[in-house]
Design a protein around this ligand. Structure first.
Ligand SMILES: Nc1ncnc2c1ncn2[C@@H]1O[C@H](COP(=O)(O)OP(=O)(O)OP(=O)(O)O)[C@@H](O)[C@H]1O
Length: 230
């Protein structure tokens, strides 16, 4: 592929195939998925339960290995990486936001946001703290940074979780049912902020969702059906 075309892609999959088990218990979770995720795009993955959404996300994020085919993220062929290299790859290139916010209760919001930097062995210097504050401002939680998660609403907690996922400037941010635990007002806020992270910060976002309303915030919607793109 030409360099310019490659740079325009955050990630891609070719003939991505994932089979769990063998023989009678064999499950074909992905049956040859081809996918290009443009850099700075917001892609929603939809599809019925069991259609392969989580499996696709896990393969793209380097959490699960393909049975066949290739996954390329930020120009790296994930099939060429061993477990240790995959761990480093995820730390350096991938951000996650989950349905359960997974904030650490004893840390303040700010401490939660900068945690991935500390875990990655990076120094949390003034520039990092400034970036954390900037993200908190963009996400509308700058006045909550000294609070612990229990003192925040669900929507605020999820926005802190998004700031935490963005602080390492990942090539890809995965959001797995990010509004599953939120009321409709908080959902709209969180989705609006994910949208802004794409439009204003150039972030690439992949979101798994069951909700059409949520998918409407994305640039593209991919629908999986029985392990294939429908
Ligand atoms: N570790 C595993 N071992 C065996 N089968 C698995 C495993 N993980 C997933 N599967 C199977 O692979 C298929 C796809 O599962 P996947 O979780 O990707 O679907 P999904 O679209 O994310 O579903 P949901 O919307 O219910 O979360 C299902 O039939 C599932 O039972």
């Amino acid at each position: 592929m030409m360099r310019a075309a490659q740079d325009a892609l955050a990630a891609g999959a070719r003939n991505l195939t994932k089979t769990y088990g063998r023989g009678e218990t064999e499950v074909h979770a992905l049956r040859g998925v081809d996918l290009d995720l443009p850099r700075g795009g917001f892609t929603a993955i939809m599809g019925p339960s069991g259609s392969g959404k989580s499996t696709l996300m896990h393969c793209l994020a380097g959490l699960d290995q393909a049975s066949d085919g290739t996954v390329t993220v930020a120009g790296i062929d994930l099939g060429s990486l061993d477990d240790d290299a995959l761990t480093v790859f995820r730390r350096d290139h991938i951000g996650f936001v989950f349905q359960a916010f997974n904030l650490l209760p004893m840390l303040t919001a700010l401490q939660n946001i900068v945690l991935p930097l500390e875990l990655g062995g990076r120094r949390v210097d003034d520039a990092a703290r400034e970036r954390a504050h900037l993200l908190a401002e963009t996400l509308g939680v700058a006045d909550r940074l000294g609070h612990r998660p229990a003192e925040l609403s669900g929507g605020q907690q999820q926005r802190i979780a998004i700031a935490r996922a963005l602080v390492t400037e990942p090539d890809l941010l995965f959001a797995d049912e990010p509004t599953g635990n939120l009321d409709s007002t908080s959902s709209a806020e969180v989705l609006g902020h994910l949208r802004r992270s794409v439009s204003e910060l150039g972030q690439t976002v992949v979101m798994v969702t069951h909700e059409r309303d949520a998918a409407a915030y994305a640039d593209d919607v991919i629908t999986l059906q029985d392990g294939r793109i429908a």
